[in-house]
Design a protein around this ligand. Structure first.
Ligand SMILES: C[S@@+](CC[C@H](N)C(=O)[O-])C[C@H]1O[C@@H](n2cnc3c(N)ncnc32)[C@H](O)[C@@H]1O
Length: 171
């Protein structure tokens, strides 16, 4: 299942409604652990955030494997892959208003790699797109936390697109 939300309370509810006590959870954008500390301590939790505020707070959650790095980078993905090759829950919150294209790319790459049973994404733009778009009658649907149509297409060794974007024209 793939779940989308914007409200952080809904995001947390969605995670807690899907997680099981023995699950492996990968949380991208944990900040200071507001969601992480609600996830059962019996889970195998890998939480990642590149904020300088995160380490001192995340260190207090001794059961969590915290990584203070950028989730857009291949090296970060590779580091997590050395810890686990699959996960039950992939939770992504890079900020509710964060660029939806970045969040989708992060979702695509991380979910293709770890094949989660469920992915929970907090992002306003992706939610708005999903709620607004009308699909055709072609039946591309995934029952999992990743896109079945792309799941074996492989991961680019370096995510070059991240260096190619323009900044805003509005000052
Ligand atoms: C809204 S906060 C997350 C809140 C948290 N999920 C919670 O429930 O309390 C968004 C976090 O995403 C992190 N973030 C944004 N882009 C990131 C990136 N490329 N790599 C790692 N962390 C990132 C930010 O540092 C920030 O802490």
């Amino acid at each position: 299942m793939i779940k989308l939300s914007y409200d952080v309370k809904k995001y947390r509810q969605d995670i807690l409604g899907l997680v099981n006590p023995d699950d492996t959870v990968i949380e991208l954008g944990c900040h200071v652990g507001g969601t992480t500390k609600r996830i059962p301590e019996t889970c195998n939790i890998i939480a990642i955030d590149n904020s300088p505020e995160a380490p001192s707070e995340m260190e207090k959650l001794a059961h969590v494997n915290f990584i203070n790095e950028d989730v857009r980078l291949h090296d970060t993905l590779s580091k997590v892959f050395q810890i686990t090759q699959s996960c039950d829950i992939l939770a992504i919150d890079l900020g509710g208003g964060y660029h939806p294209d970045t969040v989708f790319k992060v979702f695509y790459i991380w979910s293709s790699t770890f094949k989660p049973t469920h992915t929970i994404i907090r992002n306003r733009g992706i939610l708005e797109f999903f709620n607004s778009a009308q699909g055709s009658d072609e039946s591309f649907v995934s029952q999992f936390g990743y896109l079945e149509s792309y799941h074996d297409s492989g991961i680019p060794p370096q995510i070059k697109e991240f260096e190619l974007w323009t900044s805003s024209f509005v000052k």
